[in-house]
Design a protein around this ligand. Structure first.
Ligand code: NAP
Length: 551
């Protein structure tokens, strides 16, 4: 990866807004505030280019699980008509090309400082301004601070003893070299079988001399049935694009699929099997949405889907011993992030692939030549960490964010994130979080949630300027009630029945708190609209020149 850092003078402006991040969220927020509303905006971005998640995650097989025609912006109606997606699901290079195209089309780069990491943001109660500092020596003061930092942008490489001694190369899927990695003839080890592992393992297996997969938790995954997309289908979507997108905006997961209205428990075994089989053949998230309405809510209904997938694994994987290791038995389907794959289970039929069950024989150490588990040593030239992220709160904690009275966000969220609507947090006025914890975010098709937040935050700023409001801060009671609501509805789902990153369980010592809002993007949008229409109910809005006593 070219890590040359271009020299530039430090930025020392006093402006309206700082946006942190130039992925899907930051790009649109920039366009909204700068171009639609005429604010003076500075964007800071760590990468050399735009793209966020899609700039960093370049591992083999990286693509999105949302279908391409709906994994895009809807604010630019002409672009929706013009852009031609090439596959059923958008692959990483194509998404990155799309985001670069958006940046060019709207001239969004000119106020983005690349290769620049925000290190701190401190609120000054005396003049109601944020002071934002970066690792490039910039000091920018602004009224509004907006985080567009992604939910899965802080990669976690587990602290396994001996990594420093490893003589081969190692990579994390979320910080993949831009020039790619040639696995030809190499002995490769992949640790992790989440989305990144399940996508990359089949592709790495095709190239490697030998691939050893170190699996801690077996996974349920459904075929994606990825392939080229029928142009006639996309052309038809374009004739009713706004309706399709509006359906997503009002849906549960921001997806265009019709939800089944039937319980899995009200049909015969034969009918249920036929419904699952049809969805399995069609592929993708329809297995969740278009089959039955209670798979994620009712344990007995869930058991039928879990058992169907287990049978498929046993049918696909030829070696019964390997198949049993791949069959998930310790958590129900949908309790971890649902996965879709391309030839994942088939990969274990290859002669050059070995599955190692590290749940029962854990990794003890990384040696100079490989990985040692309690069962033996595996010699490797390359290790790939598909071990995930310090999700949702991790990207915030990399910065020193301090609100009123020097309150550190890290301290406030010590026992889990506390937000009102996932967009604001008490003690941090004029800080707005795009897809923050407590919003649907990672449980939804992200562009749909991102657009909703960007537009809602844009409305807030417009309202404040029109009404002469200088600061807006969540009210304590509103925040407490929202956090309770987020927890209450999560408790009724399968999500509480597995160790997942949604609960922070993948990070040693992280509090076990369910972080996203599971109520659905439609219900959430309605709540945000009601809050806005009621004059920002649950927020305290203060006019200019009302410094707090003692500040
Ligand atoms: P992940 O879902 O958190 O999976 C991490 C994997 O590494 C799990 O199998 C985990 O095992 C294992 N692991 C973690 N720490 C370990 C340790 N110390 N020792 C051994 N194994 C360890 O991470 P991810 O696959 O990068 O995906 C994260 C999220 O990013 C996804 O859930 C999804 O939301 C998003 N994503 C989406 C796409 C897509 O749209 N297609 C692609 C990639 C990522 P356990 O299960 O036992 O914890």
């Amino acid at each position: 990866m070219d890590t040359t850092v271009e020299t530039r003078d430090p930025i020392t402006d006093d402006i309206d807004a700082v946006i942190i991040g130039a992925g899907f969220a930051g790009l649109y927020m920039n366009q909204r505030l700068r171009d639609q509303m005429g604010l003076r905006v500075q964007v800071f971005e760590t990468g050399e280019g735009v793209g966020g998640t899609w700039y960093w995650n370049r591992y083999p097989g990286a693509r999105c699980d949302s279908e391409s025609y709906i994994y895009c912006y809807s604010f630019d109606k002409d672009l929706m008509q013009e852009w031609e997606w090439s596959g059923k699901y958008p692959e990483q290079p194509e998404i990155l090309r799309y985001l670069n195209h958006v940046a060019d089309r709207h001239d969004l780069r000119r106020n983005i400082a690349f290769q620049t990491r925000v290190t701190s943001a401190h609120w000054d109660e005396a003049d109601h301004r944020w002071t934002v500092q970066t690792d490039r020596g910039d000091t920018v003061r602004c009224q509004f601070l907006i985080t567009a930092i992604g939910c899965l942008s802080t990669g976690q490489v587990p602290k396994i003893p001996g990594l420093d001694s490893f003589q081969g190369d190692w990579y994390h899927t979320g910080a993949w070299p831009h020039e790619g990695v040639d696995f030809t003839g190499k002995r490769v080890g992949v640790i992790g079988t989440g989305s990144s592992g399940v996508q990359s393992i089949p592709r790495i297996a095709e190239q490697a001399g030998h691939l050893t997969v170190f699996q801690r938790t077996a996974q349920y995954t459904v075929p994606a049935r990825h392939g080229t997309v029928d142009k006639a289908f996309l052309d038809d979507i374009k004739t009713r694009y706004e309706d399709v997108y509006e359906y997503c905006r009002r849906s549960a997961g921001g997806q265009p699929y019709t939800l089944s209205e039937r319980s899995a428990l009200t049909v015969s075994d034969e009918e249920r099997a036929a419904v699952f089989e049809a969805a399995w053949q069609e592929g993708g998230f329809k297995f969740l949405t278009a089959t039955f309405n209670d798979i994620a809510l009712d344990r007995r209904a869930n058991d039928t889907a879990s058992e169907f997938i287990r049978a498929k694994i046993r049918e696909t994987v030829k070696d019964p011993e390997v198949a049993e290791k791949l069959v998930p038995v310790d958590h129900p389907f949908t309790s971890k992030r649902p996965l879709i794959d391309t030839h994942y289970f088939e990969t274990y039929n290859r002669d050059n692939v070995t599955l190692v069950d590290i749940r029962h024989a854990p990794i003890e150490e990384i040696t100079p030549t490989g990985i040692r588990t309690t069962d033996g040593e595996y010699e490797l030239d390359v290790i790939v960490f598909a071990t995930g992220f310090d999700a949702m709160t991790g990207p915030f904690f990399r910065m020193d964010i301090q609100g009123k009275d020097g309150l550190k966000l890290k301290d406030k969220w010590e026992h889990g994130p506390l937000t009102y609507l996932g967009v604001s947090t008490v003690g941090f006025p004029n800080l707005f979080m795009i897809t923050g914890p407590g919003s649907p975010s990672v449980l939804s098709n992200m562009p749909v949630s991102i657009e909703q937040h960007v537009e809602w935050i844009g409305d807030v700023v417009e309202h404040m300027r029109a009404e002469g409001v200088e600061t807006m801060e969540a009210d304590q009671q509103a925040e407490t009630e929202w956090v309770a609501h987020v927890n209450e509805i999560a408790a009724a789902t399968m999500f509480m029945l597995a160790d997942s990153w949604y609960l922070g369980a993948n990070i040693p010592g992280k509090p076990r708190v369910f972080m996203p809002y599971v109520g659905g993007v439609g219900a959430y949008r309605q709540k945000c609209d009601e809050v806005r229409d009621a004059g920002y109910e649950g927020f305290n809005l203060s006019p200019a020149a009302t410094p707090v006593a003692g500040a």
